[in-house]
Design a protein around this ligand. Structure first.
Ligand code: PRP
Length: 179
């Protein structure tokens, strides 16, 4: 396999600072909440979720969902069809929920998730996203806590992959299709 070193787009230090800032904001906003549930969307969110959860100074628990997109395109942009392959373990009715995502691209995944979770009647439902690509957005999605807006380039690291590679890279890097 050829050695590819993704070019740094967002450094490890920038990410660490941003995650600390987001953790501080969420801890302040939920200071009176004792049943916050962070919902990580597998696979991509697992590193961001782990880092964010450890920055919170308030009681919190974590749960996970896994989604699959129909077809094998680079994202959900063929028709926006999203399917749940693993649901939460816990009932979220009456609980405070923050959905944690590594990336919002077209927005179909997060908008599906918000519709799905809102139907379960949580006490509140917000979203925390590490990176978004505004140029790629096809549907509106609510992002309450955002790390970084980035251009339309293929990014890896911090949970983001390129054919399952680079998820554990400590920075967000760019890979080009010709790499
Ligand atoms: C990524 C990401 C989001 C989705 C966003 O998941 O984690 O769930 O794509 O794309 P959208 O805004 O266009 O819907 P991916 O399908 O790459 O799966 P993974 O998290 O398992 O890598």
């Amino acid at each position: 396999m050829t050695e590819i070193v993704p070019e740094v787009l967002i450094s490890e230090e920038q990410i660490r600072n941003k995650v600390a800032e987001l953790g501080g904001r969420i801890s302040a906003d939920y200071t009176d909440v004792d049943d916050l549930i962070l919902v990580g969307i597998l696979k991509g969110s697992f590193i961001f979720l782990a880092d964010l959860a450890r920055e919170l100074t308030i009681p919190r628990s974590v749960d996970f969902m896994a989604l699959s997109t129909y077809g094998d395109s680079e994202s959900t942009d063929t028709d926006g069809a999203v399917r749940m392959i693993m649901d939460l373990r816990r009932n979220i009715t009456g609980k405070h929920v923050i959905v944690v995502e590594d990336i919002v691209d077209t927005g179909y995944t997060l908008s599906y998730l918000l519709r799905n979770l809102a139907a379960r009647q949580p006490a509140s439902l917000k979203t925390c996203v590490l990176v978004e690509k505004p140029e790629r957005r096809e549907v509106f999605t609510q992002i309450d806590y955002l790390g970084f807006s980035i251009p339309d380039v293929w990014v890896v690291g911090c949970g983001l992959d390129w054919a399952e590679r680079f998820r554990t890279l400590p920075y967000i890097g760019v890979v080009r299709p010709e790499d």
